[in-house]
Design a protein around this ligand. Structure first.
Ligand code: UD1
Length: 416
């Protein structure tokens, strides 16, 4: 089992290039299934979730290749409609393939996405919406059998703006008969990226980025080349890492407007942030607590940035209150941060962080992807050496963190 070994206390300084967005590449790779030809996707992050998505496409009969940061997918010969349980369990977001497989094959067979990393993550909204589009769904032996003689447009009101459900509806309705309207749709930038990808293929989708998305079904979709947007959560993580080590850096290939809520909280914490067209600079020498961080659907403070920002507040002066409204069990990283000397108390979905002068290196385990990002930040800021285990969680979403951070002056190695 690999680990990351980090000697903390070295300010991170320099220039880094941010990878493409994990939460864009996954639905976009699913969307390649609805086109009859070849697609080229640029700015793909080399992370294990990308490889899992490529495996799913291959299992379904697609030809795929990854070279550098480009992925080439040819879905001409997609014949299968079953996603094996092992792949469904590897990555919860494999559920996003459901809508695309239905458009392509009018049927799909897959198991419930497994695990409970962040507490229960039901898919009831996905399934209820698909039923409205004419899909018949039955459950047998842990598998979902979905069939639709024909997909028909519908008016769908989501009781919560679920990212995955919004994407599944878009993918299932892109060639459905007539018009589909999604009310209370999720507004995340990755949804707009999916809309842009599908429209470039010939789809007719409007409104992504707002709460109402209108999809008019089209007859056929064609090959396309597309560049994925930058990863706003990786950007937030590395800004926190620079700030926690009192460093200064320029982050390139970013989209500052996708980070408004995070940047305003970072400024409140004392970071000097400058925004350019596709770059952000960060410098920090004094960190102070912020009043309250409450996670919310976009454009609110992202739940995915909660753990990384919590590590930063562990070394700020004063106390910060975190309220996690999105997921039930998203505080697992706290026990690991406490091993490093963090002062944090929790009560249900509320955590109070009392900043300390210094964290101290320890042996810790990544508990989930963003919890792993939080441990990287804590380790870089801590006195002494930290060993992070279970880094397969980190590798799901951060491409070669030892290389990226090493180039900024971090003392970090991967040991096998
Ligand atoms: C996506 C992101 C993930 C991010 C999350 C919230 C991807 C690949 N993943 O996950 O990084 O943390 O958005 O911003 O894009 N819910 C239901 N029923 C459903 C669907 C969701 O109750 O059918 C609940 C979930 O349990 C959760 C909340 O809605 O409490 C938000 O989930 P959702 O927006 O669907 O997140 P994901 O699409 O899974």
């Amino acid at each position: 089992m690999s680990k990351l070994l980090i000697e903390g206390g070295h300010p991170l300084c320099g220039v880094l290039k941010i990878q493409g967005a994990k939460n864009s590449i996954l639905p976009i790779m699913a969307a390649t299934l609805v086109a009859q030809g070849e697609c080229v996707i640029e700015n793909c992050p080399d992370i294990s979730d990308t490889h899992t998505a490529l495996e799913i496409l291959k299992t379904l009969g697609a030809q795929v290749k990854m070279f550098g940061d480009k992925v080439w997918v040819d879905c001409t010969n997609v014949i299968d409609y079953e996603i094996p349980d092992a792949l469904m369990r590897k990555m919860r977001s494999s559920i996003i393939f459901l809508g695309a497989v239905l458009t392509r094959r009018k049927k799909a067979l897959l198991s419930f996405p497994g695990g409970c990393e962040l507490g229960p993550r039901p898919i009831d909204l996905h399934l209820a919406a698909l039923e409205k589009l004419g899909v018949h769904i039955s459950e047998e032996h842990g598998y979902l059998r979905c069939e639709a003689a024909r997909l028909k447009g519908a008016e769908i009101h989501l009781s919560f703006p679920s990212v995955g459900a919004t994407e599944n509806i878009m993918l299932a309705s892109v060639q459905a008969e007539g018009r589909t309207v999604i009310e209370n749709a999720a507004r995340e930038p990755e949804i707009e990226d999916l809309q842009n990808f599908l429209n470039a293929m010939g789809a007719d989708i409007r409104g992504a980025g707002s709460s109402t998305i209108v999809i008019r079904g089209v007859e056929s979709l064609h090959s396309v080349q597309h560049r994925v947007i930058p990863d706003r959560i990786v950007t937030a993580t590395y800004i926190c890492a620079v700030a926690a080590t009192r460093g200064n850096a320029l982050l390139k290939n970013v989209e500052p407007k996708h980070l408004s809520s995070v940047l305003s909280v970072l400024r409140e914490a004392g970071c000097e942030i400058q925004e350019f067209d596709d770059m952000i600079s960060v410098a920090c020498d004094r960190l102070q607590a912020v009043r309250l961080v409450r996670t919310m659907p976009y454009p609110g403070f992202p739940t995915d940035a909660q753990a990384p920002f919590m590590s930063l507040m562990c070394v700020a002066s004063g106390s910060t209150v975190f309220v996690e409204t999105m997921f039930e069990n998203r505080f697992k990283h706290i026990a690991e941060l406490q091993r490093m000397g963090a002062k944090i108390t929790t009560e249900g979905r509320v955590a109070v962080v009392e900043g300390v002068r210094r964290l101290s290196g320890a042996s810790v385990d990544a508990t989930d992807l963003r919890g792993g990002g939080a441990l990287l930040i804590a380790a870089l800021a801590a006195e002494g050496e930290t060993q992070i285990g279970r880094i397969e969680h980190i590798d799901r979403g951060y491409a070669a963190p030892e290389q990226v951070l090493g180039e900024l002056g971090a003392k970090i190695v991967r040991i096998e």
